[in-house]
Design a protein around this ligand. Structure first.
Ligand code: 1GP
Length: 243
C-alpha cells in the first residue's frame, strides 16, 4: 500500500478496541468502510488483552481501508498493519512513554517496513482520570489552558512529530474544547487528530470547525455501530464543500 497521507482534507477514523471487537456487531461499520468520508481504522487501546493481529487481518480481508495501529503498549505492535502511530505522550513526563517503550520496538518496526507516523499524543484533562493516565502514569494538560496545549504541540512539531493527537480519553464526558483545538491548529503545520468523547454529529462538526483534520470515533460506534452513517455523512458534506 502507498504511504498514507494524513494531511489532505477532513478525515474520519474509527477506533476499534480488540477486546470489544465482534464482527457481527460491527457489521454496519465494516459495510460502510468502502464509502467516501470514512478514511481508515485505528486499532488498539490502553488496556487490551485480546491479540491485535486477528482484528487487523479481519479488517484487511473485509474492507478496503488502511488499518493503523494505535498501540497502548509494546504487545500491541503488529507489523501486518499498514502503519503505526508511534506515540510519544508529550503531555506527560513519564520517560517510558516519551522514549522508553519506543526503544524496545524501534528496530523491529524499521526492519518490517511498516509506515511509522511519529505522533505527539496529548491528553487534555477533563472530569476524572482517563484510563491512559492511570495505565501510563503520565498526566494530562489542564483543559482550560490552551496556551499550554499550544506550547506542547509546537514542541512536538519541532521535535519532528508528523501528527498531533489531542485526546480527551475514551468515552470522556466531554470532548476536547473548540478553544483548545483551534489554538493548537493555528500554531502547527502538521495534521491535527482529535478524539475522546465525540458522541454525535454535532460534536464531530464542532471539532472539524475548530480545526481538527481527523476525528476519531470509538465508544459511540462500540455502542451503536449503525451511527456510522451519521458520522460519514458529516465528512461527506464537508468534502463536498471543499471541492
Ligand atoms: C480514545 O480518542 C479515542 O483513545 C476515541 O475516544 O472512545 O471516546 O470515541 P472515544
Amino acid at each position: 500500500m502507498d504511504e498514507l497521507n494524513l494531511g489532505q482534507g477532513k478525515k474520519l477514523a474509527v477506533l476499534i478496541d480488540p477486546d470489544k471487537f465482534d464482527p457481527g456487531h460491527y457489521r454496519p461499520v465494516v459495510e460502510a468502510a468502502g464509502q467516501r468520508g470514512f478514511d481508515f481504522f485505528l486499532v488498539g487501546g490502553s488496556l487490551t488483552f485480546s491479540p491485535i493481529g486477528p482484528v487487523v487481518d479481519f479488517l484487511h480481508e473485509n474492507t478496503p481501508l488502511p488499518v493503523i495501529l494505535f498501540p497502548g503498549d509494546v504487545e500491541q505492535v503488529y507489523t501486518g498493519a499498514d502503519a503505526i502511530l508511534f506515540l510519544s505522550l508529550i503531555s506527560g513526563r513519564n520517560s517510558e512513554y516519551l522514549i522508553g517503550k519506543h526503544v524496545l520496538v524501534a528496530k523491529r518496526l524499521k526492519d518490517s517496513g511498516i509506515q511509522v507516523i511519529p505522533t505527539g499524543y496529548m491528553l487534555i484533562g477533563g472530569q476524572g482520570k482517563t484510563s491512559v493516565e492511570y495505565i501510563t502514569q503520565t498526566h494530562s494538560l489542564p483543559a482550560d489552558k490552551p496556551q499550554l496545549a499550544v506550547a506542547t504541540a509546537v514542541a512536538g512539531e519541532l521535535l519532528g512529530m508528523k501528527l498531533i493527537y489531542l485526546e480527551a480519553g475514551s468515552n470522556a464526558s466531554s470532548p476536547v474544547s473548540q478553544e483548545v483545538i483551534s489554538a493548537v491548529k493555528q500554531n502547527i503545520d502538521v495534521p491535527l487528530m482529535v478524539g475522546g468523547g465525540i458522541r454525535d454529529e454535532q460534536q464531530m462538526t464542532r471539532a472539524y470547525n475548530a480545526g481538527a483534520d481527523i476525528a476519531v470515533i470509538g465508544s459511540a460506534l462500540e455502542k451503536s455501530p449503525a451511527k456510522i452513517k451519521d458520522f460519514v455523512s458529516v465528512v461527506q458534506k464537508i468534502k463536498n464543500q471543499e471541492k
